[in-house]
Ligand binder design. Structure first.
Ligand code: RP5
Length: 165
């Protein structure tokens, strides 16, 4: 799947079984009309394709990569080792260990190879973080992110008002 314009964000995952979690990243990008692409690039089952994806990502015009994986979740870190782009890691929870295995596999990167790790299953925040990265160089997108934050504030404030009544 991809949006019609040239993608600015690559969403990749270790398996199509990650998609029900990772879909929320695509949804966030779509809400902000940030073009993205989606693919399965398994670190363990497709190592050569995974390295090629990471090495080519910047030259293809991507500005950030969102990588989700579960279990021995090496995809985000391996991509970060071969691309200069920011990589956002999404720990996908599997049947056992409640996603702690995925989280620790992704978050404990060695110094020099950063991965911006979101919460277990936090694909929506991964999408929103990618929007913010793009918005750093796009005033219109930055304005829309500010408007989104104001909406969040209003929704949260409204909940407080209802409880205080
Ligand atoms: C990981 O193994 C994938 O990211 C996925 O979370 C997990 C299970 O993959 P499948 O066996 O469902 O293909 O590499």
């Amino acid at each position: 799947m991809s949006t019609p314009e040239s993608p600015l964000v690559g969403i990749v995952m270790g398996s199509d079984s990650d998609w029900p979690v990772m879909e929320a990243a695509a949804q966030a990008l779509a809400e902000f009309e940030v073009p993205y692409e989606v693919d399965v690039v398994s670190a363990h089952r497709m190592p050569h394709e995974m390295i090629a994806y990471g090495e080519g990502a910047a030259d293809r015009g991507l500005k950030a990569v969102i990588a989700g994986a579960g279990g021995a979740a090496h995809l985000p870190g391996m991509l970060a080792s071969v691309t200069p782009l920011p990589v956002i890691g999404v720990p996908v929870p599997l049947k056992y260990l409640d996603g702690m295995d995925s989280l620790l596999s992704i978050v404990q990167m060695p110094a020099g190879v950063p991965v911006a790790t979101v919460s277990i299953g936090g694909a929506r925040n991964a999408g929103l973080l990618a929007v913010r990265m793009i918005a750093a160089h796009d005033a219109d997108l930055r304005q829309r992110m500010s408007a989104f934050q104001s909406e969040l504030n209003e929704l949260a404030s409204e909940k407080g008002r209802r409880l205080r009544k």
